[in-house]
Design a protein around this ligand. Structure first.
Ligand code: GLU
Length: 375
């Protein structure tokens, strides 16, 4: 148990996913301010331990439908979009007020599926979130439900939470839910259902346990939690499911008062990411780099435009490119922050010149060190 608790207490970067059923009173549709206040205490403690926190919060539709007086039951797409637009502003305000009272700064980020799935957009979302974390801010993330249609949406924040964890190289994802973990069967229907504390492998047997457990309120269920676990553990991120029905659910994990199911990651997020980049097929082009840049890369630095002497192929921002040294040796791969068209103009130049050459302020690095996988 203690070793499992360590997966949370020793994590450097934690994503906390909060389900609608916890945040919003199911009967009244009102935000549960006392619960959020208690959670803010937990988050304050994590921050004072030097842990970085990102929140993925549901609740906009549940709050918005109450404000708009929409009927119970399934909403039409336009109705849920209107409810999300109305509810999200209230949700953000509540976070700002309640976390603000605990000296925590928050920022709202609304993501669409494309923002995490398409590399170009993904680099933008990732860099904004990194900047916020560096500034000590807690991003509060939700799906941008007002523009998401069923074909292009996550629909559940379990998988969105896992994608955020993957994108940000988090080492722990906590799903605060109305169920305290994974069971061999639905515990509300089957008295013989057994709780599973540790999931080292996502076997077919485990994946089959997702069938049917559904909450009345949120969009997820155990199935989306298991899908989230697949994303998280393959990205080197441990995933915990615990009950958020109690106050201070995070400190209760620490003290052992609350049980949880832990899906174990086998790798670190950094290694998992490097493997993903290294294993990505289809390099779109190549950057030839000079010996100074080669040395800098070996020391774990980013690749700056100044260290690139030539470009091969045509590529877009976010594409995978091969790095080649001046003797023609392949050094590895990385995701480029510039298209080949723009890269042609800035190679060999100082990063401070980028804005005057391209007419926009791009990234200082051609390839950020987090986006590099050397051989
Ligand atoms: N994005 C939805 C909302 O904020 C919730 C999705 C979910 O329930 O997981 O209302």
């Amino acid at each position: 148990m203690a070793a499992l608790i360590d997966r949370f207490t020793k994590a450097k970067r934690i994503v906390i996913k909060i389900g609608s059923a916890l945040l919003v009173n199911e009967k009244t549709g009102m935000l549960r301010r006392d619960w959020l206040t208690a959670l803010a205490e937990d988050i304050q403690e994590l921050r004072s331990n030097g842990q970085e926190v990102l929140i993925v919060s549901s609740g906009s539709i549940a709050i918005g439908r109450r404000i708009l007086g929409l009927k119970k039951g399934r909403l039409k797409l336009e109705e849920s979009q209107a409810a999300a637009a109305t509810g999200q502003i209230h949700l953000a305000h509540a976070y700002q007020e309640i976390l603000g009272d605990h000296d925590l700064k928050i920022a709202q980020i609304l993501l669409t599926l494309g923002d995490t799935e398409e590399r170009r957009k993904y680099l933008n979302a990732r860099s904004t979130l990194s900047t916020l974390l560096n500034l000590g801010v807690i991003p509060v993330i939700n799906e941008n439900d007002t523009v998401a249609t069923s074909e292009i949406r996550y629909g559940d924040n379990d998988r969105l939470g896992a994608r955020v964890a993957q994108m940000m190289g988090a080492d722990c994802l906590i799903l605060l839910s109305d169920i305290d973990g994974l069971y061999t069967a639905d515990p509300s229907k089957d008295p013989n259902a057994e709780f599973i504390a540790k999931i080292p492998e996502l076997t077919e047997k485990i994946m089959a346990m997702g069938g049917g457990v559904q909450t009345a309120f949120g969009s997820g269920g155990m199935i989306t939690k298991l899908q989230a676990a697949e994303i998280a553990v393959s990205a080197g991120c441990n995933m915990l499911i615990t009950s958020g029905k109690v106050n201070n659910p995070l400190s209760k994990i620490k003290t052992g008062e609350s049980r949880f199911s832990c899906f174990l990651a086998k790798d670190t997020p950094r290694n998992a990411r490097k493997k993903w980049i290294a294993g990505s097929l289809g390099s779109q082009g190549a950057l030839i780099i000079d010996s100074g840049a080669e040395k800098a890369l070996q020391k774990g630095k980013s690749l700056l435009p100044a260290g690139v002497s030539a470009i091969q192929g045509e590529f877009e921002r976010g594409d995978l490119v091969t790095l080649i040294n001046s003797q023609g040796k392949e050094l590895g791969h990385g995701l480029t922050a510039y298209s080949s068209k723009d890269a042609e103009l800035i190679i060999g130049q100082k990063s401070s010149e980028i804005v005057s050459i391209l007419g926009y302020a791009g990234r200082d690095e051609m390839i950020h060190r987090d986006e590099l996988a050397l051989k």
